[in-house]
Design a protein around this ligand. Structure first.
Ligand SMILES: [Zn+2]
Length: 157
């Protein structure tokens, strides 16, 4: 069964605020969206999790200690990593580094890239303004066309 996600506007706001905070410091930001297991169709995002990471203007990395803390959090809260969202200084696209370093790795995982350090993004224009990628069964990140986005992610309370 295909995975599709649903995210409340308040969690989008929380996501964007975190990305903007990083942007004001001149770096990319990254947040992780967590949901109850198992990930299925119409899975509601339950938590926005900001991992320990370091970033520069055009790259971010989660160090081993950040991964360990994340895994421990997922285990104790009985949550799964559903999607990752990160910001770019300019245009939104999945770079080769993004392909290689994605934290979400399951088939159907979503990776969302928000342009311009999320400075212009709101919960209303989030889907239109961002670019979404989905990990295929062949482990390739495929761009999700805007007309298909609602099959993957909906913003609703
Ligand atoms: Zn990127």
């Amino acid at each position: 069964m295909a995975i599709s996600l649903r995210c409340a506007p308040t969690l989008i706001d929380e996501t964007l605020e975190s990305l903007r905070k990083a942007g004001r410091e001149g770096t990319e930001g990254v947040v992780l969206w967590l949901a109850a297991r198992p990930l299925a169709s119409d899975t509601a995002i339950q938590q926005v999790f900001v991992p320990e990471y370091f970033a520069r203007k055009d790259v971010f990395r989660i160090p081993p200690s950040g991964m360990t803390a994340l895994m421990s959090h997922l285990r104790t809260q009985k949550l799964a990593l559903a999607a990752q969202v990160h910001s770019h200084p300019g245009r939104a696209y999945h770079s080769l580094a993004d392909d290689a370093w994605a934290i979400v790795r399951h088939e159907g995982a979503l990776s969302i890239v928000v342009p311009d350090f999320a400075m212009h993004a709101t919960s209303h224009n989030f889907l239109e303004g961002s670019e979404t990628y989905c990990l295929s069964s062949a482990d390739k990140w495929l761009h999700v066309p805007k007309r298909e986005i609602s099959d993957y992610l909906r913003i609703t309370a």
